[in-house]
Design a protein around this ligand. Structure first.
Ligand code: ZN
Length: 232
């Protein structure tokens, strides 16, 4: 026949289990990547995308410059070939050369702007990649420590769960069920010590009859908080 002392032993095990479970939750929370690492990755992603867009613009401008330059070369050559005698034709060609020269200059300017943007993006990307590497190295160290701790706590929990089984089996089923209910409703404490005549769980004093029952190791519930009582 189990006594309140047996239930108290189970409570000690459960309290240890709760502590370990909380510890495990804490580790799981800490195992999330830190904000600075997440934000640096996001910045790198954005810079990489911007660099791809700018790279495409550079290529496009280079092609345009090439095409326009070819056209300009051909028109200039044609203009000074001496083959054109018609003044109107000459005038049209001169104006085309002038217009092409202007367009080449404009596209070249655009190209230079894109190249400048590209250089700035490359430099920003490099800075952030260096930063990311440092953050990742730091995080690798920390997270590996956390995972080791996680394994240790999980193993300890497993051992305690194994130890709990025979302790729980000892207790009468109805008392055990009531105790488990109390654990849920009374902040993880289903059995309290009686300190003098006071329940340590709710700080309320018991009458003499209740105290005597507790003293003689009977199964008694605190009339106020409902927890089982044991002589402290
Ligand atoms: Zn109480």
């Amino acid at each position: 026949m189990a006594t309140p002392n047996d239930l108290f032993a189970l409570q000690k095990t459960d309290t240890a289990l709760f502590t370990l479970r909380a510890k495990l939750h804490e580790i799981q929370r800490d195992l999330q990547e830190p904000d600075d690492l997440v934000s640096t990755k996001a910045v790198i992603q954005k810079l990489t995308e911007a660099l791809a867009t700018t790279g495409a613009k550079v290529k496009d401008s280079e092609l345009q410059v090439g095409t326009l330059q070819d056209k300009l070369n051909r028109s200039t050559e044609h203009l000074y070939s001496g083959k054109i005698k018609n003044p109107k034709e000459l005038e049209d060609l001169e104006s085309e050369v002038k217009s092409l020269t202007g367009r080449v200059e404009t596209v070249e300017l655009e190209l230079m702007e894109h190249i400048e943007t590209q250089e700035n993006l490359k430099s920003d990307l490099e800075t952030n990649q260096i930063m990311l590497q440092e953050l990742e190295e730091d995080w690798d160290g920390k997270s590996s420590e956390l995972r080791t701790e996680q394994q240790r706590v999980a193993l300890e929990m497993k051992q305690i769960i194994e130890k709990r089984k025979p302790q729980a089996d000892k207790i009468d089923a109805s008392i055990l069920a009531n105790y488990v209910k109390l654990l849920k409703s009374k902040s993880g404490v289903g059995i309290s010590k009686l300190s003098g005549s006071q329940c340590e769980g709710c700080k309320i004093s018991m009458d003499g009859g209740t105290v005597r029952q507790v003293n003689s190791n009977k199964w008694v519930n605190c009339p106020n908080c409902g927890r089982y009582l044991i002589r402290g």
